[in-house]
Write a protein that binds this ligand. Structure first.
Ligand code: HEC
Length: 152
């Protein structure tokens, strides 16, 4: 009996940990959380952009860290779009996300892939970083164009 209970607890616990859509997060928190993740992507991208523009000196470790930060976001990000968070005035997420979740997730996966590839070359110097950066930022444009509402 005791063993069975422990097993049940374990299974229930796992269900919570890997459950669908960020369990326990209220809609507001889900939106804040995904925006926070995107802010970190924006910050990391800015860091690399400034290096490439010569505004700050090239720093191999910082460039790799920036790519790694971005690579860690997409898998978490795509889980933060429950249906009931669509159309929230505090969010810039476009309805197209829920209309074409597959494409949205594909673009997120592409961001992750390019950031991972970027992390493996960003330490090789500004030219290597530049190539990876250009590829990386195509994902931002592609996704924001269709899936993020314009500033108004
Ligand atoms: C798979 C789609 C997707 C990709 C790829 C993507 N974004 Fe986003 N981004 C979004 C969505 C959707 C929002 C709006 C989220 C919300 O408001 O709920 C957003 C919001 C943002 C924000 C505003 C965050 C805030 O609320 O302050 C920044 C900054 C940002 N993205 C930067 C980037 C950069 C830089 C890249 C590329 C390196 C990128 N994004 C790639 C979908 C994406």
């Amino acid at each position: 009996m005791k063993q069975l209970r422990r097993l049940l607890l374990l299974v229930v616990g796992m269900g919570l940990a890997v459950g669908p859509v960020a369990p326990g997060l209220a809609q507001e928190d889900v939106i804040k959380e995904r925006q926070k993740l995107m802010k970190s992507v924006g910050k990391a991208t800015k860091t690399m952009g400034e290096m490439l523009q010569g505004k700050v000196p090239y720093d191999a470790a910082a460039a790799v860290a920036a790519m790694e930060t971005i690579a860690g976001v997409p898998a978490k990000f795509v889980k933060l779009f429950p249906e009931d968070s669509a159309g929230d005035p505090d969010s810039k997420a476009a309805d197209a996300i829920w209309e074409d979740m597959a494409r949205f997730q594909k673009l997120a996966a592409s961001l992750e892939k390019d950031a991972k590839a970027g992390a493996s070359v960003a330490g090789n110097g500004p030219d290597a970083l530049k190539g990876a950066f250009v590829k990386l930022t195509e994902n931002c444009k592609a996704c924001h164009k269709d899936f993020r509402l314009e500033d108004n």
